[in-house]
Ligand binder design. Structure first.
Ligand code: GTB
Length: 216
């Protein structure tokens, strides 16, 4: 059955893999599943046709036969649950890998996104100069803890898993800051993941969308 996902027609990051369709693309590449992409403008995302698939009018979505999914974490879990390569067979190891998926999205991503948004939303406000370092320290707390847990391991729990996939893409949202570079263990972890052939294929595919839109 054909898998179709949605992505930005013109991603605000210039195709640097920061939009959340990258999570789905990379997961599909890791498990060797071909997919098609329907590109959407910001306007089209809020039209009834897309709202029928995604109640919040966002990307990514995932369609496979009668199944329609939204939420990148749920989509990555679905892919990992149905194809070998992203979750271990051993039940306990599998549960731990799923735990890391939740940790990436629920524990590590929120302070990173909050810090990322404050320059857009609050620059110029009287509290901005005081608030930014507070938010950066919250991010540092999480990076410090994550770095300590990773130690000198390649991946968070044994083999590369969907937990690593989500964690790496969450950490990549620190691009444009120096925060990740303060933690060489985590910078090396992200670089190790970016060297995976599946990552490169996914990255190149979403970059090609931006390049085609810019040239067209
Ligand atoms: N929790 C949802 C999920 O994980 O799927 C969040 C989905 C989401 O935030 N989608 C964003 C979207 O559709 C795109 S990824 N936004 C349009 C809207 O809400 O109207 C977020 C994103 C966008 C751009 C960058 N960037 O350019 O760096 C990074 C991340």
């Amino acid at each position: 059955m054909t898998i179709t996902i949605t992505a930005f027609e013109q991603s605000p990051d210039g195709g640097k893999g920061l939009a959340r369709d990258m999570r789905v693309r990379w997961a599909l590449e890791e498990v060797g599943q071909p997919y098609e992409v329907r590109l959407l403008s910001f306007k089209a995302m809020k039209q009834p046709a897309h709202l029928a698939l995604h109640p919040f009018g966002q990307i990514p979505t995932y369609e496979e036969g009668d199944l329609v999914l939204f939420e990148s974490g749920a989509i990555v879990f679905h892919i990992a649950d149905h194809h070998a390569g992203l979750l271990p067979d051993d039940a306990d190891a599998r549960a731990r890998a799923i735990g890391w998926m939740f940790a990436a999205l629920n524990t590590v991503e929120p302070p990173i996104v909050e810090r990322e948004q404050v320059p857009y939303l609050e620059r110029g406000q009287s509290w901005y100069e005081e608030r930014l370092p507070i938010l950066e320290d919250r991010v540092r707390d999480r990076l410090d803890q994550l770095s300590n847990r990773l130690g000198d391991a390649d991946w968070l729990d044994g083999e590369f898993s969907a937990g690593d996939l989500l964690m790496v893409l969450v950490l990549r949202r620190l691009d444009g800051t120096d925060l990740l570079q303060e933690y060489p263990t985590l910078a090396a972890y992200v670089a190790r993941a970016e060297a995976r052939p599946a990552y490169k294929r996914a990255f190149d595919a979403q970059l090609a969308v931006f390049t085609a839109a810019s040239n067209g």
